[in-house]
Ligand binder design. Structure first.
Ligand code: C2E
Ligand code: MG
Ligand code: MG
Ligand code: MG
Length: 284
């Protein structure tokens, strides 16, 4: 009896595994189709300074799936990392973001931030790809920002530091994304050639006066400012969070409270309205 049950469990486990694997194969093939047919899209989410001015926008990948709707990058980026499809995707993202940035900058200053994948960063020719993309698109490096997670930087810190130095020589700014989630010692920050840290959404979510998250957020902010780094809060969803962060001296804000990720045309009108509103405010 025990033996038969064991077999049944094994069978069940095997079937479940098969279904999962089939689903992954299907998703991988569909993703390849989307890459081949240029169906991936970039959305842009604005980042605001303390005066409410948009200073930059973050490029966020979207996969409009024929049957499943918009698929989040949180779902398909990990898959693309495993299959290596991330390389082709990343090259397209960089090129497209630079072209879009060029168009946006005809309207006024606005940097574009691109998220990097570990595989992309550690490829031997990444610096060359960057230089070539800037040259091909005609975008000045100063209009581009790159976002890397702590995980990427911890992978091979010496290599990362050297590469970041070279990247910043092109005028490109560098931000550490999802900061505070990496379990790494905070003191390593002083060794990293970066411009800003983006405090992870998980700390902002439950921000309340006197909470642990408030203490961590303020701590990160004090330390970053001591090191002459700028601080961004990501995932700002409520007025209350915004006001607390403002009181702590946060430099930049990103979140659904202020603006959601949007298409390039939508962003373009959003930016004109943002500039108009600030002009009106100044002239009052
Ligand atoms: P991330 O770089 O930390 O991007 C911020 C994520 O938070 C985005 O999710 C954004 O839509 C979401 N977000 C912004 N404000 C709020 C808010 O107020 N509330 C909530 N609940 N969420 C907010 P998204 O677009 O789903 O992207 C998820 C992750 O996928 C990104 O996290 C980034 O790590 C990765 N990713 C996105 N685009 C790319 C890309 O082009 N290349 C690579 N390698 N990774 C990308
Ligand atoms: Mg990011
Ligand atoms: Mg982030
Ligand atoms: Mg995040």
């Amino acid at each position: 009896e025990a033996k038969r049950q064991g077999r049944n469990h094994y069978q069940w486990y095997n079937d479940a595994l098969n279904i999962l694997m089939q689903r992954r194969v299907l998703l991988r093939n569909e993703l390849q189709d989307a890459i081949d047919h240029h169906q991936l899209e970039l959305y842009y989410q604005p980042l605001f300074d303390r005066q409410g001015k948009v200073v930059s926008v973050e490029a966020l990948l979207r996969w409009p799936h024929p049957h499943k709707g918009l698929i989040s990058p949180a779902e398909f980026i990990p898959l693309a990392e495993e299959t290596g499809q991330i390389i082709a995707i990343s090259e397209w993202v960089l090129e497209q973001a630079c072209r879009d940035a060029l168009r946006l900058n005809r309207q006024g200053d606005c940097r574009v931030a691109v998220n990097l994948s570990p595989l992309q960063f550690y490829r031997s020719n990444f610096l060359h790809t960057l230089e070539a993309t800037l040259a091909r698109t005609g975008l000045p490096g100063t209009a581009l920002e790159l976002e890397l997670t702590e995980g990427i930087l911890m992978n091979d810190t010496q290599f990362a530091i050297e590469l970041l130095r070279q990247i910043r020589r092109l005028g490109i700014r560098v931000a550490i994304d999802d900061f505070g989630t990496g379990f790494s010692s905070l003191s390593y920050l002083k060794h990293l050639p970066v411009d800003k840290v983006k405090i992870d959404r998980s700390f902002i979510q439950d921000l309340a006066e006197g909470s642990h998250d408030a203490a961590i957020t303020r701590g990160i902010m004090v330390m970053a400012h001591q090191l002459a780094l700028e601080v961004v809060a990501e995932g700002v969803e409520t007025r209350h969070q915004f006001e607390l962060l403002n009181g702590y001296g946060c430099d930049y804000y990103q979140g659904f409270l202020l603006a959601r990720p949007m298409t390039l045309p939508a962003l373009s009108s959003f930016l004109s309205e943002n500039r108009q509103r600030l002009l009106t405010a100044v002239n009052k």
